[in-house]
Design a protein around this ligand. Structure first.
Ligand code: ADP
Length: 611
């Protein structure tokens, strides 16, 4: 026994002894274990060791055991070789997917340029012939982009890197959007297009609207592509409602060329088309259904197909979707594509940007063509742009001039978007400066990454001019700047200039209407409080919350006396938090920005008074 156990591989000994023991105890009737045993030549062999107790003494202790030892080294080696080969194959597949993802990403950048510049060119007056060429470039580049998107999606799905987003969406908006996407094509082919949503189907749902729409778009585009006459129907029916979820059936049916039964199993294979001649006649990558099937799998569903050659096809799938609590969240709206006439874009952007005319946007982007496209969109909208080629240049620009918002590319040489944003936010002066990411990926993950480094919003590339303007309008508030411009000098002798954040009338009342005194007080405040915001920040960061609170307290009193109401409010909040032993960076950033604004206003008031 002793000698036998000593020959077991040290890593296997414990397991062998435990198994033997449980057999001795009667817990298991047989003893079975695979382990390595040391041979005379110093090598190890894998042994399948099987035993059974055949006799026990009166006390129940085992006295005799019998069993077999089988050499299973060859089988173990083969299994290990297989495991290694599988790991290698998986690694290769991952590398391939990564390569595809990177390549598609790289190709998207110049594509952004082609699409953006074509849109701009279409906006200029041009001969009918040139316009025709440009429209063809626009259509081809959109086509190419959708192929790229397919490849990107396919490689992400293949690598298991496609996260699903669960967000509220409006089913009607999705259906409208699909109608808009296919209307023109269907009209051109003179097909009959029916969309039927069963009565009683909940419209406010929760799910990945973009992905569901992607699947339906693919089905509809195939249906239209392969149907010459007759109808195409999109039917959505409610199967049941339970536990706050709706089970919906989506079905796209056509009366087109149909698919032979023996070909139906090929449908969902990547890069495969039912018939080579079809590819040449109709185009396509053969990826659409493979991607759609994988997307459905992610959503716990799958296609069912009914089709007969020459009679048409129907593709359907069921989805279990959450029902959104009414009015809880704003549904995501999905946009439809439109064709444009010359000058229309300029007109539209100009109108959209009306409230922002004259504002300055810093465009941080390393690709020259994309810089040009974004700057032109801004120009058409009546905004001014400043360009930085990377994050470091952006910091330099911000140190020298005032801007109203930053559009920040994520991947740039020298300094990327995330790092640049963190550096900008580290300066309290820029606490409220809108920073909007320009990103190629529109996933929840990517969005989260932008938000984590302090950005306010994001725009997916290729940048659509309307989205750009909508986002800027949402982020640049027309009424309050992130740092107010110093106010204009006083108009008449007795009054004060408009001073945002101040209640000067109240302060004057406090001082018995003594205007000179108030001016003196403001000057004094400006001098004595200079740098106090930095002091508070430094003390609090060093953990000296009491010292920080004392500074804040002093500032609060002075601010109240000279009518700096907004500053007084925020410094009161800061003081209370410090008092409670908390240092909230968000409060401090808001405070620091307000402090800068107050100091600028005071400087302007006193300058105007002295002029
Ligand atoms: P593609 O992007 O090339 O259209 P899909 O994966 O969407 O690729 O479709 C693969 C093939 O399946 C098509 O090339 C066509 O042969 C066949 N197919 C798909 N939908 C239909 C349909 N509604 N009617 C007839 N054939 C279809």
């Amino acid at each position: 026994m002793e000698e036998w156990t000593q020959r077991i591989h040290p890593d296997d000994t414990a397991a062998v002894m435990a198994d033997v023991q449980s057999c001795f105890d009667g817990a298991t009737p047989h003893y079975v274990n695979e382990h390595r045993v040391l041979c005379k030549d110093g090598s190890y062999k894998w042994i399948l060791d099987r035993g059974i107790i055949i006799d026990r003494d009166a006390a129940g202790q085992p006295t005799r055991m019998t069993g077999t030892h089988t050499d299973v080294t060859a089988r173990r080696m083969a299994a290990e070789a297989l495991r290694n080969a599988k790991a290698l194959a998986e690694e290769n597949a991952r590398a391939k997917s990564e390569f595809l993802a990177n390549m598609s990403h790289e190709i998207r950048t110049p594509m952004n340029g082609v699409i953006g510049l074509t849109q701009l060119a279409l906006n200029l007056p041009a001969s009918a012939e040139l316009r025709d060429y440009l429209e063809k470039i626009a259509a081809s580049s959109q086509n190419l982009l959708s192929i790229l998107n397919d490849i990107l999606d396919f490689s992400k799905l293949d690598a298991g890197q496609m996260p699903l987003e669960l967000e509220p969406f409006d089913l009607d908006a999705m259906v409208d959007n699909l109608r808009g996407l296919f209307e023109a094509q269907i009209r051109a082919k003179q097909l009959d297009f029916k969309i039927q949503v069963q009565d009683g189907t909940p419209r406010d749902l929760v799910g990945d609207a973009l992905r569901i729409q992607q699947v339906l778009t693919n089905l509809l585009s195939n249906a239209v592509k392969f149907t010459e006459r007759g109808q195409v129907v999109l039917a959505i029916t409610l199967q049941k409602i339970e536990d706050g979820h709706a089970l919906l059936n989506f079905c796209v049916e056509d009366q087109g060329i149909g698919i032979a039964e023996e070909d139906q199993e090929k449908l969902f294979r990547a890069f495969s088309q039912v018939d080579g001649s079809i590819t040449r006649r109709f185009g396509g990558t053969g990826l659409g259904l493979a991607i759609s099937q994988s997307l459905l799998r992610l959503m716990d569903s799958r296609f069912s197909v009914r089709s007969a050659l020459g009679q048409g096809s129907s593709f359907s799938f069921e989805l279990r979707l959450g029902i959104a609590a009414e009015h809880l969240d704003r549904p995501r709206t999905l946009r439809r594509r439109t064709d444009r006439q010359a000058g229309e874009l300029a007109h539209k952007l100009n109108e959209m940007g009306h409230a922002l005319h004259g504002r300055t946007v810093l465009v941080v982007e390393d690709n020259e063509v994309n810089q040009r496209v974004v700057c032109e969109f801004l120009k058409l909208a009546g905004l001014t742009s400043v360009v930085a080629n990377n994050g470091q240049e952006a910091l330099n620009v911000l140190a020298q001039q005032r801007v109203d918002a930053v559009l920040m590319d994520m991947h740039m040489p020298v300094m990327g978007g995330a790092e640049a944003t963190e550096k900008i936010r580290a300066n309290p002066e820029f606490a409220r400066l809108p920073i909007i990411a320009l990103t190629a990926g529109a996933t929840q993950e990517e969005r989260q990454r932008c938000m984590n480094c302090g950005m306010n919003d994001f725009i997916a590339k290729p940048v659509k001019p309307e989205t750009l303007l909508e986002t800027l309008c949402r982020r640049i508030s027309p009424a309050a700047d992130y740092v107010a411009e110093p106010p204009l000098p006083a108009a008449e002798g007795g009054g004060f200039p408009d001073a945002p954040g101040f209640d000067l009338d109240y302060a004057l009342e406090l001082l018995g209407g003594d205007r000179e005194l108030l001016l003196e007080l403001l000057g004094l405040f400006g001098q004595s409080m200079e740098g106090i915001s930095d002091k508070i920040g430094a003390e609090a960061t060093a953990g000296n919350l009491t010292a920080a609170r004392n500074h804040a307290h002093k500032l609060k009193g002075s601010a109240a006396n000279c009518g700096a109401k907004a500053l007084c409010d925020i410094v009161t909040q800061l003081e209370n938090e410090l008092q409670a032993g908390r240092f909230e960076t968000a409060t401090f950033a808001a405070f620091a920005a307000e402090f800068e604004r107050t100091m600028a206003t005071i400087a302007a008031i006193t300058a105007a008074a002295n002029a």
